[in-house]
Design a protein around this ligand. Structure first.
Ligand code: SAM
Ligand code: CA
Length: 247
């Protein structure tokens, strides 16, 4: 939902990143990052998808341009080839992934909503990377349950991005830890949850922020205590926790 402040920024040519797209306390600094290093290097298809998504009523869900750039870089740094994404929406992070992995790379992409994926799909096709994507419509958990039953899926993923129902992140983690390879990475998105993880109990939070906050707090504690992973929580976007499987 655009606030008066957002409106003012749009009018004055400032960034139009929607929703809580940065936890940086300085809006000017965020604008600087976008203008100096993100927008000038953004793939034209990423720009097209970002602009298309900005017109969609649920645009608050999209991954921000700076986080898209970060994911793209991370995937290349770890030479990711076999990847998974839970929570696709119109596909901005999916496209960042598809553009980063090699020609024969794969993304198993899951979302309960196919319509939104189909909104972005023409842009993904135009970018020539749709062949890397295996989209499954439906809840991710049953798919993961099936996958863990088969030993050959164990340790087979280089990178997994989780950006869906926050109340299931712990359940996802229990399964994904078997599916990601040792040395591979799982990224959990929105782990600073609009900054609400440090909000006082009586803070006036939006209903959905308040509802999911406890799940995010639980997840953060569980990840920090999990000896099977090394972690790094980054204040990019709405917070992303990078987990590297070590055993
Ligand atoms: N990564 C996306 C992007 O870059 O635009 C944003 C994903 S959005 C924050 C969360 C998505 O999770 C929604 O599209 C929603 O339909 C999906 N979702 C919610 N519950 C789900 C579930 N149980 N299984 C799979 N996807 C789910
Ligand atoms: Ca997100």
């Amino acid at each position: 939902m655009a606030t008066n402040e957002d409106q003012k920024q749009t009018e004055s040519g400032r960034h139009q990143e929607v929703g809580h797209k940065s936890l940086l306390q300085s809006d000017a600094l965020y604008q600087y990052i976008l203008e100096t290093s993100v927008y000038p290097r953004e793939h034209e298809a990423m720009k097209e998808l970002r602009e298309l998504t900005a017109k969609h009523p649920w645009n608050i869900m999209t991954t921000s341009a700076d986080e898209g750039q970060f994911l793209n870089m991370l995937l290349k740094l770890i030479n990711a080839k076999n990847t998974m994404e839970i929570g696709v929406y119109t596909g901005y992070s999916l496209l960042a992934t598809a553009l980063a992995i090699p020609e024969d790379g794969k993304i198993l992409a899951m979302d309960i909503n196919k319509e939104n994926y189909e909104l972005g799909l023409p842009v993904i096709k135009k970018a020539g990377v749709a062949h890397k994507i295996d989209f499954r419509e439906g809840p991710a958990l049953p798919v993961l349950d099936e996958m863990v039953k088969d030993e050959k899926n164990h340790g087979s993923y280089d990178f997994i991005f989780v950006d869906a129902d926050k109340d299931n992140y712990i359940n996802y983690h229990q399964r994904l830890i078997d599916l990601v390879k040792v040395g591979g990475v799982i990224g959990y998105d929105n782990t600073l949850w609009n900054g609400s993880v440090v909000a006082p109990p009586d803070a006036p939070l939006r209903k959905y922020v308040r509802y999911y906050r406890d799940f995010v707090l639980e997840l953060n504690k569980a990840l920090a205590a999990d000896p099977r992973i090394e972690i790094c929580m980054l204040p990019v976007g709405d917070g992303i926790t990078i987990c590297r499987r070590i055993k």
